[in-house]
Design a protein around this ligand. Structure first.
Ligand code: ZN
Length: 274
């Protein structure tokens, strides 16, 4: 019998949102979790470099910083402001010791998705000098089409792969989140293409509940929904992916529960379903 392997288990700070980052670090570490992805709100009021050291002192790999993006805007001033915020995110990731920033790319009501995608590519291209200087990569995260109105004009892995190809930089890849992409009939083929581009930078897991009660904050724990997690993991590992499996769950329901019990459930669900 194989012992459960938690060496690639990462949890996002937002998953256990009620815990301050210091508590999350201690609890994750004690539970055998090896990676942490840090949401920027978890750093509010902290000195960033010492917080990074604290996480590493707990034996945690800092997998990524969430998040940058939101590039499109109706005005040039708006787009410049977005770039400034992304430059701050790159500086924060560098100070924290995070090698990657996940991008929620953005979309603007009243502007076509085609124009927003163009602005996203232009925005990412403008950041590449800072990325190189800071050794921080960017991962385009395609979002489920239900968010196309105001959160992301990138809604399929094919679109993200197209952008990666167009930008042609080793600093730009993809964050594959099963919540956003599990339904896509082209998923297996586009995962293989992403692998060929050496662009699969991150893998996020959770589950899709039926019915979904809230478009943002009703994600399920792995095993609670209909996402074929083992199937998708087989596809990503076929590309050679050996990075972390990151548990990213926004759930008003689960945040209201005892977080120590919830962490045990996360670890068990990871063992049984991821
Ligand atoms: Zn994600």
């Amino acid at each position: 019998m194989n012992l459960p392997d938690f060496s690639r288990l990462c949890i996002h700070t937002i998953t256990t949102k009620p815990w301050p980052i210091e508590t999350a670090a201690a609890k994750f570490s004690a539970a055998g979790v090896k990676g942490i992805t840090v949401w920027r709100d978890a750093l509010t009021g902290r000195d960033i470099a010492p917080t990074g050291r604290l996480l590493r002192d707990h034996g945690l790999s800092i997998v990524s910083l969430c998040r940058g993006g939101f590039f499109p805007a109706l005005t040039a001033e708006g787009r410049t402001k977005a770039l400034d915020d992304n430059r701050r995110a790159i500086a924060d990731a560098h100070a924290l010791g995070a090698p990657l920033i996940v991008l929620v790319c953005g979309a603007v009501p009243g502007q076509s998705l085609v124009e927003s995608r163009k602005q996203i590519v232009d925005g990412i291209a403008a950041l590449l000098p800072e990325c190189r200087a800071a050794s921080v990569k960017l991962a385009i995260e395609p979002l489920h089409p239900m968010y196309a109105g105001d959160r992301s004009a990138v809604n399929t892995l094919a679109q993200a792969n197209d952008m990666v190809e167009q930008l042609g930089s080793p600093f730009v890849g993809v964050a594959l989140d099963v919540y956003h992409l599990w339904w896509d009939p082209a998923l297996e083929a586009e995962i293989a293409r992403c692998g060929q581009l050496n662009a699969l930078f991150a893998y996020h897991v959770c589950d899709w509940r039926t019915p979904t009660l809230d478009l943002l904050n009703d994600r399920g724990l792995m095993g609670e929904g209909c996402i074929p997690l083992r199937q998708i993991r087989t596809w990503i590992e076929a590309t050679g992916y050996r990075g972390f499996n990151e548990v990213e769950i926004f759930s008003t329901r689960l945040w209201a529960t005892d977080q120590d019990e919830y962490l045990k459930q996360i670890v068990a669900a990871y063992r049984d379903h991821v």
